[in-house]
Design a protein around this ligand. Structure first.
Ligand SMILES: Nc1ncnc2c1ncn2[C@@H]1O[C@H](COP(=O)(O)OP(=O)(O)OP(=O)(O)O)[C@@H](O)[C@H]1O
Ligand SMILES: [Mg+2]
Length: 217
């Protein structure tokens, strides 16, 4: 079983959004996937309650995470995705240590980029590979993504070469327990998530038995 963690000490960066969209992408690609919701707000779990379908989310805590992982592996899961809470050093470190790969969602603003160091330090302490993923980027902004990527790379912070843009479908899908690629198949959000998922799966060496999602849409 592989474990992917979405971690960012900054609130509202897009941890839950990316965790749920990647989980649905993995499910649609034929993987057995579940979400471990480490956030006391339980947003991922509430989404899964509305969804009443795979992939499921379980509420857990830093103390229980090893147990949830062991149960998932014993139950034949291919992938466990951990959605973590903001402003929580120890649980975030536990999530980092439990992961094979960590994605750090980051809004494309200088304030968010300046705050990345704290989260990146946790991934370094955990000695796990981590990548910043720029999320909720504004297509019409002055903000130069390339410049931001280069600035982070100079600080030895790896950055996902793609980007996830600000799109209403990301939030709208959550209301009925769905995701953007389900409510708007073939849309831009679906394509962004497909790209991020394939890139992540490649890094994790996940073998994808079925690829029904974007290209086929
Ligand atoms: N790419 C996007 N496009 C549009 N809205 C987005 C996008 N990413 C996130 N959002 C919205 O921003 C808000 C925060 O996102 P989300 O809950 O995923 O962040 P989070 O990091 O999990 O927050 P928290 O730290 O509170 O757990 C939500 O309302 C979500 O719908
Ligand atoms: Mg969240």
């Amino acid at each position: 079983m592989h474990t992917l963690a979405l971690v960012s000490q900054k609130g509202g960066a897009g941890k839950t959004t990316l965790a749920l969209h990647l989980a649905v992408a993995a499910h649609r690609a034929g993987l057995q996937v579940a979400i471990a919701d480490l956030d006391p707000q339980s947003s991922a779990w509430k989404w899964s309650e509305r969804r009443k379908d795979h992939p499921e989310a379980v509420v857990t805590s830093a103390e229980q995470l090893d147990h949830v992982k062991a149960q998932g592996a014993a139950g034949g899961l291919d992938l466990l995705i951990i959605d973590s809470a903001p402003h929580a050093d120890r649980p975030a470190l536990v999530a980092c240590k439990a992961a094979d790969l960590i994605l750090i969602p980051c809004r494309a603003s200088i304030l968010d980029i300046d705050a990345i160091g704290q989260t990146h330090d946790l991934t370094t302490i955990a000695r796990k590979p981590s990548w910043v993923v720029f999320n909720a980027c504004n297509t019409s902004t002055e903000f130069d993504l390339e410049e931001a990527r280069a600035g982070l790379r100079e600080r030895d912070v790896p950055v996902y070469p793609g980007a996830v843009y600000q799109r209403v479908s990301y939030a709208r899908g959550f209301i009925p327990g769905r995701t953007a690629q389900e409510i708007e198949p073939g849309g831009r959000a679906a394509s962004e998530i497909d790209h991020l998922f394939r890139w992540t799966a490649d890094l994790m060496r996940l073998s994808l038995s079925q690829t029904d999602s974007i290209e086929a849409a």
